[in-house]
Design a binder for this molecule. Structure first.
Ligand SMILES: Cc1cc2nc3c(=O)[nH]c(=O)nc-3n(C[C@H](O)[C@H](O)[C@H](O)COP(=O)(O)O)c2cc1C
Length: 428
């Protein structure tokens, strides 16, 4: 069995699966049950004030039979007094000394407020702190959460204030509601952060009821923007993790969050640079026991690949994630249709004919039976036909042009640039 233990900026946990700061980590009762189920760590529901909330709070975006493709909420931070949370954190840490308990914090952007809350939570024995600069609603209107997290100087300053007194590692949780997340990640580094976590939720409105004309969700007929998460946000989160992981100015560990619902998505985040992952929506949808499949799946994956420790996969795909200008313009794939598997639904033909490069012909064999064939010389290798094909393996994308030397756009520009220079200097 592979070693699933992780060490994220000094915070140790028996496996890389943590519950994210959210309703599943609202109380000692829940966190203790989660640890019993197998979760390696928990980021406690954000502490701070004010203690208030609205009803209703959540909405799901269903798509094509998937009940919770995306999840939207307008909930604020904890609705329980600080003293109660601190007492339960202390008790939980005592019962589960080997599991990671992280205190998520959100206070006004004032030095004394950060000093006070950091000292109080560290007194109860937490393993680390997560500064919540990410929540997009409610608290942001009061200068906290995403309102702080969208201003790099505020991220840097508040991280610095927390670090002035913190004895445990400080993770800065970033908002995705910003043009370039590396700007705030770099600010966290400048402020002395030991790690960053991403993403918090994305600004959203889940829907509008076309009969009542109310927003979804609504509070007595009025709505406000919420935070989007769940499977739908995974590609956005994965991109942001990758951008930070490949940025040399951000040399600190990353805790990956956003749409993680199984061991495979956790592996993807770790390959793209996350040292561990946090999960919220999937636990809210399916319960704490999903972690059993996550642990089993990760164990099998590592054993099959002969990898001794999960820490060995961290960042293994980062060098493969680059800028468009570094892609090989001479690499070419074309579609090939396997007519033994093809069910003749013609979806590929329609997609190619209507919205791509019109290179799938409908032909008739000598026996008079129709079949589909790709004109390889006109195929640009866009993948659309294989994406819309309902039968696995019926359309394969195969590499052609193998003899050509790789040539990126950046290299091409350099060649063109030097040719233009030669022409200018030597008049050729
Ligand atoms: C109902 C709800 C409440 C949340 N509350 C908090 C919070 O108090 N603090 C925080 O940092 N993130 C909070 N989050 C964000 C999650 O921690 C997480 O960043 C986000 O949901 C993305 O992960 P997921 O796709 O696995 O849900 C909340 C999310 C939801 C759905």
């Amino acid at each position: 069995m592979a070693d699933l233990r992780i060490n994220l900026a000094g915070i140790e946990s028996p496996n890389p699966f943590w519950l994210a700061s959210a309703p599943p980590t609202n109380s000692g009762y829940q966190v203790q049950r989660a640890f019993e189920a197998g979760w390696g760590g928990a980021v406690w529901k954000t502490l701070g004030d004010p203690i208030l909330n609205v009803s209703s709070r959540f909405a799901a975006v269903s798509f094509n039979g998937q009940k919770v493709a995306g999840f939207n909420n307008i909930e604020l931070i904890t609705d329980r007094p600080l003293e109660v949370n601190l007492k339960e954190m202390y008790e939980t840490k005592k019962k589960f000394p080997d599991h990671a308990i992280i205190a998520s914090l959100m206070v006004e952007p004032k030095q004394e407020k950060w000093h006070e809350i950091v000292k109080r939570v560290e007194d109860v024995g937490v393993d680390g702190l997560e500064l919540n600069f990410g929540c997009p609603h409610g608290m942001a209107e009061r200068g906290m959460g995403a309102a702080s997290g969208q201003v790099p100087s505020l991220v840097e300053k508040q991280t610095y204030w927390a670090k002035e007194v913190a004895k445990t590692p400080v993770i800065v949780k970033l908002t995705p509601n910003i043009t370039d997340i590396t700007a705030t990640a770099e600010a966290a580094v400048s402020g002395g952060a030991d790690a960053i976590s991403m993403i918090n939720t994305i600004n959203s409105l889940a829907g509008v009821d076309i009969d009542t004309w109310n927003t979804i969700p609504h509070v007595g007929g009025k709505g406000a923007h919420g935070g989007y998460c769940g499977p739908a946000v995974k590609p956005i989160a994965l991109h942001m993790v990758g951008e930070c992981a490949r940025n040399q100015q951000i040399p600190i560990p990353i805790s990956g969050i956003g749409g993680i619902s199984d061991w495979k998505s956790a592996v993807e985040f770790m390959l793209m640079g996350a040292t561990g992952v946090q999960v919220c929506t999937a636990a809210m949808h399916h319960g704490f026991r999903i972690v059993e499949d996550m642990i089993d799946g990760l164990n099998h994956y590592l054993d099959e690949k002969g990898i001794a420790s999960v820490m060995d996969i961290v960042g293994k795909s980062v060098h493969k994630y680059s800028d468009w200008g570094d892609l090989d313009l001479n690499y070419k794939v074309v579609a090939q249709i396997n007519n033994d598997l093809c069910i003749k639904c013609n979806k590929c033909h329609i997609a190619c004919e209507d919205t791509s490069h019109q290179c799938i012909d409908m032909l008739k064999g000598q026996d008079g039976v129709g079949y589909l064939k790709v004109r390889e010389e006109d195929c640009v290798g866009c993948n659309l036909c294989s994406i819309v094909c309902p039968v696995d393996g019926a359309i394969e994308m195969v590499e052609v042009n193998r003899d050509l030397q790789p040539m990126t756009w950046n290299e091409r520009q350099a060649v063109i640039g030097s040719a233009a220079l030669q022409a200018e200097v030597f008049g050729k």
